[in-house]
Design a protein around this ligand. Structure first.
Ligand SMILES: [Zn+2]
Ligand SMILES: [Zn+2]
Length: 64
């Protein structure tokens, strides 16, 4: 398994296999995603996500 976020970002298997993207409660584990701040809703840390997965954008119908 490993972190799908880092995998997509082109990180090596040695790196992305060391952690997962989110734990089973939906909390962000990936250190790279945790540092990212969503430009749309400013979410970061535990609830960080990329703009593509922003619940605010999806709620407005701009997602997908
Ligand atoms: Zn990661
Ligand atoms: Zn967002």
């Amino acid at each position: 398994m490993g972190c799908v976020f880092c995998k997509k970002n082109g990180e090596t298997y040695e790196y992305y296999s060391t952690h997962v993207l989110k734990d089973n409660r939906g909390k962000v584990v990936c250190p790279i995603l945790r540092k990212y701040t969503c430009p749309t809703c400013q979410a970061t840390g535990d609830s960080a996500h990329t703009q593509r997965h922003c619940p605010l954008l999806n709620a407005k119908g701009f997602g997908k």
